[in-house]
Ligand binder design. Sequence first.
Ligand SMILES: [Mn+2]
Length: 332
Amino acid sequence: MAKDYPRFIGRLCGCKNVLITTHVRPDGDAIGTVAALSLALRGKGIPSAIVLLSSLPSKYRFILADAGLSHHEGNDGLPAGFNVDEFDGLLVADTGTWSQLPGMQPVFENWKRPKLVLDHHITQEEWADFKLVNTRAAAAAEVAAELFEIWGVEITRDIATALYVALVSDTGWFQFSNTRPYTLRLAAKLMEAGVDTDRLNILLNQSERKQRVYLQTRAMHSLELLDNDTVAVMKVRRDDFLETGAGVPATENLVNVPLQIATVEASLLFVESPEAGPVRVSLRSKGGVDCARFAQTLGGGGHARAAGVKVAMPLDRAVTTVVEAFRAFKIA
Ligand SMILES: [Mn+2]
């Protein structure tokens, strides 16, 4: 692994214009890591462009704005008319699977230029030319930080802020079991580089629109506890989006709420698409069930305690189907 970093750096240094992207519906780790990578490349004199495959959540807008980074944005795919021929390298952060990169496979599968992946997920596919994957890393940002250290990237306040947002996003502000000593040492280094943690807390935890809390309230009303209160199921219906005016990003972290209950071992959140589209299922466990392995049986992926899958069926049938499959998986 250690010797992979110089090789990865070598590939990046061979590029003159890098297209940086991440998974659809980007979270804080995705946005923070992409921003930090783009700034690091800029520091090394390598131009890059950030391309998002769905809209940038408003709460993360400040990361790019503070750093003076622009981005291109698609709607469940590459931006319309986007010319990938301007680039001689593809850098994908925080995912290693085409299913998380809608619209990318047809364009890049046979692309004759380096395709690089920097990730921390267990679920991987073998299409990249070079991958930097550390599944012990709490966030893709940790892999990026290790890369920067070996590359001698100067950790500016903007890079530190982007990496810090990524860390707190994927560790639940250092609460989740993926938090490791390295995570906290890195966080300390980032604070020393000038991260304003109080400002980040206000921007990320105390700056929501009221519509988000209205949507979450509805979702919590839908809570059902199954199997002797060990499995929690919550649903967000299309009407919940329409009637509250909230969007899909408002469902972020909702799946963790039922884990507050002592008896609950696993939480399943079903989110109906506000438009047409599959039901998104988020899975969380306290460690007794491997969410990633279960998600993989249905074509999804993720981590042992946090995973997701998309199911192309009506909401209520999706709930019945996934819950039944989950029970069978637990017994097996
Ligand atoms: Mn991540």
